[in-house]
Design a protein around this ligand. Structure first.
Ligand code: CA
Ligand code: CA
Length: 257
């Protein structure tokens, strides 16, 4: 008996297609925070805890390392710097986004410590109207000025509007200082078998999934995955690919290279 299983494997790599990103100005390239908000106070020198600023290089705080943003890496780029909460307040960054209901999403951001002392423990929180639907806690590096990607996944459930937030959770005044850049939310496509004929099966996934490629392997765990070179057709809102099904078993995944 021949069986073909479609499996979805999420990428942990940065999402490259900002056009599909419902977060507006997540790269801070306007030089301003809006339309994002912060529960902290805007401050030029950022010396007090629970303050923030948008900068292109000079973090101003004399204890902090100066460095370029993640988006451009040069003087044209801006990022958010935060002196974390001493009392557990927050969020330090927040934005309301429009989403498709019952859809899997990837949430990604780039973070750096601005001081090697007491690097911040941060948390993504995604909330709908009733409350928090997803959290992801992560620790920033104990080396300053090293941009690090953090990614988590969530499902929008019945919501069409969600709020995405960044919190620092250590409640320390000393240290607990960090930089944020290139926040993005991207649809994670569902790979489905939509037709199963003798010796041929058809796989499909959303055309919103720009940049994903179909790959296959004959066993799991796979030592390597091979790209399916058949050019996808577009049927409605779906990419579709028909493949030969002549193996005893075969697995497929979508991968964002
Ligand atoms: Ca930036
Ligand atoms: Ca601090």
């Amino acid at each position: 008996m021949r069986t073909i299983h479609a499996v979805k494997v999420a990428t942990i790599l940065p999402i490259l297609f900002a056009s599909a990103n419902p977060i507006v100005n997540g790269d801070f390239q306007t030089g301003a925070l809006v339309p994002s908000t912060s529960a902290y106070t805007q401050s030029a020198d950022k010396l007090p805890a629970q303050t923030w600023a948008i900068t292109s290089f000079d973090t101003l705080n004399p204890s902090w390392t100066d460095f370029r943003d993640h988006t451009t890496g040069d003087a044209s780029g801006y990022f958010m710097v935060v002196n974390g909460s001493a009392t557990g307040g927050g969020p330090s960054w927040s934005q309301e986004i429009v989403v498709l209901p019952n859809t899997h999403y990837s949430l990604s951001g780039w973070f750096a410590s601005v001081n090697a002392a007491a690097p911040a423990a941060l948390e993504f929180r995604v909330r709908d109207a009733p409350g928090v639907i997803a959290t992801y806690a992560f620790q920033l590096p104990n080396t300053a000025a090293v941009w690090t990607n953090m990614t988590c996944q969530f499902n929008s459930g019945s919501a069409s509007v969600l709020t995405v937030e960044v919190w620092d959770t250590t409640a320390l005044a000393y240290g607990n200082d960090y930089a944020i850049d290139d926040l993005s939310v991207t649809v994670l496509p569902q790979l489905r078998i939509t037709a199963f004929l003798p010796l041929q099966t058809t796989l499909s996934w959303s055309t919103n999934a720009v940049g994903f490629r179909l790959e296959t392997a004959l066993s799991l765990p796979a030592a390597s995955w091979t790209a399916v070179t058949n050019v996808p057709a577009v049927v409605g809102s779906q990419f579709t690919v028909a493949v030969l099904a002549t193996n005893a078993q075969q697995y497929f995944r979508l991968h964002h290279p």
